[in-house]
Design a protein around this ligand. Structure first.
Ligand SMILES: Nc1ncnc2c1ncn2[C@@H]1O[C@H](COP(=O)(O)OP(=O)(O)OP(=O)(O)O)[C@@H](O)[C@H]1O
Length: 237
């Protein structure tokens, strides 16, 4: 299907003898915003890494924009329009904010250049005040903004955000949620991993919950929030 940006089928991923993903199906359509949830160690990051080519699934398939890409290199996946912001971030600490942003700039898969340097700075006013600072001089929240800004500079079709607000002060986390909303409105698909299901479900169309490497729930935000017993059972809240 042309509008399926990510389509993973029956993924099984191991670390050594540990069987982590146990037959996961996971898809992202164009314009869709998806929440990926589950307690610690349930396999969320491993699923994202299996899609991005950072970990090779033992079996199953990954299609990106309709192309078979199972186990292909991360840069090849990125070239097909998938931007990945890993847990713990990934900026160049010895480069300035401006350099970090400008070096990431490129047109998207359809030649789109919607996200320019200027637009990224408009979206992240806080970064504008730090343009000349080195990446390592930024606070954790500013680093997260810079990583998301870098991802947007690649004009992706889908943005994957692992642990979107982990470890950030509430005010900064709120700013990240605002930015997630802006990204969504701009038509970019997103996959958001975060422990705060209330914030996640406010900006997602569909939510997937993992327990021990299996999908145990998949449904709309309304379906999830109207079933508090599921939140308790699967997320422990
Ligand atoms: N490189 C690795 N080698 C061996 N085991 C790993 C490795 N990375 C993760 N694991 C294990 O795989 C399981 C799934 O981890 P994963 O990071 O995917 O979970 P998660 O749902 O993203 O949770 P978290 O929020 O804690 O990151 C855990 O039991 C973890 O200990």
């Amino acid at each position: 299907m042309a509008d399926m940006l990510i389509n993973a089928k029956t993924l099984h991923t191991y670390y050594g003898a540990s069987h982590i993903l146990r037959g996961i199906d996971f898809s992202v359509a164009r314009g869709e915003s998806i929440g990926l949830m589950g307690r610690n160690g349930m396999g969320k990051s491993t699923l994202l890494k299996s899609i991005m080519g950072l970990v090779k699934p033992r079996s199953g398939t990954v299609e990106i924009a309709g192309k078979p890409m199972t186990g292909r290199a991360p840069y090849e996946i990125a070239t097909l329009g998938v931007a990945y912001v890993p847990e713990g971030r990934g900026i160049f600490g010895n480069l300035s904010v401006v350099e970090n942003l400008k070096m990431a700039a490129r047109a998207g898969t359809r030649g789109q250049r919607d996200w320019t340097y200027e637009r990224v700075l408009e979206t992240f006013p806080r970064l504008t005040e730090r343009l000349g600072h080195g990446g390592q001089q930024l606070s954790g929240g500013e680093q997260q903004m810079l990583t998301i800004g870098r991802a947007l500079m690649t004009n992706p079709d889908v943005l994957i955000l692992d642990e979107a607000t982990e470890g950030l002060a509430p005010l900064i986390a709120r700013e990240i949620w605002r930015i997630c909303g802006v990204i969504r409105e701009s038509g970019i698909s997103s996959v958001i991993v975060d422990k705060n299901w209330k914030h996640v479900t406010q900006i997602t169309d569909r939510n997937v919950i993992l327990v021990k490497g299996e999908v145990v729930f998949e449904g709309s935000s309304a379906q999830l929030t109207s079933q508090p017993q599921l939140l308790e059972q699967y997320l422990g809240v």
